[in-house]
Design a protein. Structure first.
Length: 244
């Protein structure tokens, strides 16, 4: 958790200093328009909700393990797909919303993780806090879930990341590097709702897999050949003369 978290924090600090970004407060950004911002804020609220629930039950190990998923969402998906928003030269609304969203995520994460990793979260907080905030992360109220959960969007992005992960795995299996463009990716969704979700993120899937088009196939059997072969060594020991 700590190395990728610190990398995300360093990424934010580097570009925030370049662009002279000044946070206004520790409140969640409102009315963000970019779907990535909406998703990561929903993911953050989900993390806080689940960690609070498990801590109230004294399941501290389960609470601590929950940080890993959010950090993976933040670094391997949100920041990676939002880099161009931070890099572009003009300071437009989209760039400002990206800064505000990442700032809020890092600040809230430092407060949520403070009981588990007290020193590194304090170091982050001291550099993120504004003058009107408590002097230490350990003097802050523990975060409560924001009213921004979008369960459909969370599921949609999870399905999208799964599709991308499977596509990359197939590329690796066939020694086809991502930088080599391919004609198409063919997806088989387990149900109509999942297909509808993936239809909404076709452009993301196509870009991540470097394919010109993404198509859907409803009949899995048309793409898969199944066969079975007996494990004679195991069956022979059990069946003996009845093996045949």
């Amino acid at each position: 958790v700590m190395i990728p978290m610190w990398n995300a924090y360093s990424f934010f600090i580097t570009y925030a200093n370049i662009d002279n970004f000044e946070p206004k407060n520790d409140k969640m950004p409102e009315n963000v328009s970019n779907v990535l911002d909406k998703w990561i804020l929903s993911s953050l609220s989900q993390m806080v909700e689940e960690i609070r629930t498990e801590m109230d039950r004294y399941n501290l190990q389960k609470s601590a393990n929950r940080f890993a998923k959010f950090i993976d969402d933040l670094t391997n998906w949100y920041i990676r797909r939002s880099r161009r928003r931070f890099w572009k030269s003009q300071n437009d609304t989209d760039k400002t919303e990206a800064y505000a969203t990442l700032y809020y995520c890092l600040l809230t994460f430092s407060k949520t993780a403070a009981p588990f990793i007290p020193f590194i979260t304090e170091a982050m907080y001291q550099n993120l806090r504004t003058a009107d905030m408590p002097e230490s992360v350990h003097l802050c109220d523990y975060p409560t879930p924001d009213n921004c959960r979008d369960v459909y969007l969370e599921k949609q992005m999870e399905n999208t990341m799964n599709a991308v992960s499977l596509g990359r795995f197939l590329r690796t299996q066939n020694n086809l590097k991502v930088r080599q463009p391919l004609a198409r990716a063919l997806l088989v969704a387990p149900d109509a709702e999942t297909e509808k979700m993936l239809q909404g993120t076709i452009s993301i899937i196509a870009e991540e897999l470097n394919v010109k088009s993404v198509e859907f196939e409803s009949d899995e059997g048309a793409l898969v050949k199944r066969s079975a072969k007996a494990n004679f060594k195991v069956l022979g020991a059990k069946l003996g003369k009845n093996m045949k």
